[in-house]
Design a protein around this ligand. Structure first.
Ligand SMILES: *Cc1c(COP(=O)(O)O)cnc(C)c1O
Length: 387
């Protein structure tokens, strides 16, 4: 494939300003626990209209501290969607809790509120926490999911790993009108990056304080949170059992300069997605539906091979694209079909919509550095693959 460089399905976009910001930190007094983490938290809180933002070293860590802050205990129960990365379910297991799944809708590929209601009606035990996942950058139906959770006294964590910069029902994702906590990822394939990194937003100060404690050993010097009211000036209090999930100053500085470009990143993704919508409309594909309530962050452009209209298999299309040096990917192998979850008793067939989508799914390149010429190569290769 000489002359045709590799096009990944997603990648970071790093500017000279990003590099300078990280280098400045390396020359400064603080590599961790300095001013950059609070600055990044303030930037994301402002962008999402959340009262509080807690930055950590990954979205997995953010989901974990969110579960801990909501009081998830061994023997507790979390329900999430099968169409996600394994971390959405694993964090419950890390708290010693049980996991179950609610299948997705075939429109937005997110947790189905009807399936949620049906499962709750039959459940012997209600979950303590629901973790809906905003697949591909588009919010799940949070108005309904939030209302159902409220009626059943269930707490809600949004896994918005795909979604920084997205909007739902007129508000930024992260404003939490229908949830307790909302979690973002800053892995390099996501919308903005801190290399590794994650963040939890909430409107609830006690929850933010607890997540801050769990992020850093359960240790505090905040007089409001300390157990000893007359501590000596050198004393800190460990008031909970926590972890070290701190984000570094280099990561947070990168996050600040990346966050300044968030609107540009989202606008480019929308422009390129509209080009895909037009160019792929006549191929035997099911293109990603856009919910009119949502302005997706468009982390992914997930197409489904329409097996009613073509004899080409997803595997054939995948192989053709990879041979053309185009890094297509598949999101997601349903979590309940992973060997670890099979070992807990889940079975293929348990969540048929997620499995139906997975059998057809292919994520094609969408990222800030994707040019129209590169995208035309993807479109041409897909046309060849399906002809
Ligand atoms: C990327 C991702 C995560 C994990 O994010 P990390 O920052 O890599 O820990 C969790 N959930 C979903 C849906 C993701 O896409």
């Amino acid at each position: 494939m000489s002359g045709a460089g590799f096009i990944p399905y997603g990648r970071q976009d790093i500017s000279e300003e990003d590099i300078a910001a990280v280098v400045d930190v390396l020359r400064s007094d603080f590599l961790t626990q300095g001013p950059q983490v609070p600055a990044f938290e303030a930037a994301i809180a402002e962008a999402t209209r959340a009262a509080h933002a807690v930055a950590v070293n990954s979205a997995t860590s953010a989901l974990h501290v969110a579960c801990l802050a909501l009081g998830l205990k061994p023997g507790g129960l979390v329900w999430t969607a099968p169409n996600t990365f394994v971390a959405s379910a694993n964090v419950a297991r890390l708290c010693g809790a049980e996991v179950d799944f609610v299948d997705i809708r075939d429109s937005d590929y997110c947790m189905d509120p009807d399936a949620l209601e049906a499962k709750l009606a039959q459940a012997e035990r209600k979950p303590d926490i629901l973790i809906p996942v905003h697949f591909a950058g588009q919010s799940a139906d949070m108005k309904r999911i939030g209302a159902i959770a409220k009626a059943h006294d269930i707490r809600v964590i949004e896994d918005a790993s795909h979604c920084i910069g997205g909007r739902y029902d007129g508000q930024p994702i992260g404003a939490c009108p229908h949830s307790d906590i909302c979690v973002f990822s800053f892995h390099p394939v996501k919308i903005i990056t801190t290399a590794e990194g994650g963040l939890a937003t909430t409107q609830d100060k006690p929850l933010a304080d607890l997540m801050g404690l769990y992020r850093s050993h359960g240790v505090t010097r905040d007089p409001d949170l300390m157990a000893r009211k007359h501590a000596e000036p050198w004393e800190y209090d460990q008031v909970a059992l926590g972890l070290n999930y701190r984000m570094t100053e280099m990561q947070a500085a990168l996050g600040v300069t990346q966050a300044a470009r968030l609107d540009d990143f989202i606008a480019h993704r929308h422009k390129m997605a509209r080009r895909y919508d037009a160019a792929l409309a006549d191929l035997p594909l099911i293109l990603p539906w856009q919910n009119p309530d949502s302005h997706s962050a468009l982390h992914l452009y997930p197409i489904l091979i329409d097996t009613d209209k073509t004899n080409r298999t997803r595997r054939e299309v995948f192989d053709h694209m990879r041979a053309a040096n185009i890094g297509v990917n598949v999101h997601y192998q349903p979590v309940h079909t992973q060997p670890y979850y099979l070992s807990l008793g889940f079975r293929p067939g348990d969540f048929p919509v997620s499995e139906w989508v997975y059998a057809r799914a292919l994520s094609i390149p969408l990222y800030h550095g994707l040019t129209e010429a590169m995208q035309d190569r993807v479109i041409a290769a897909l046309g060849d693959a399906l002809r």
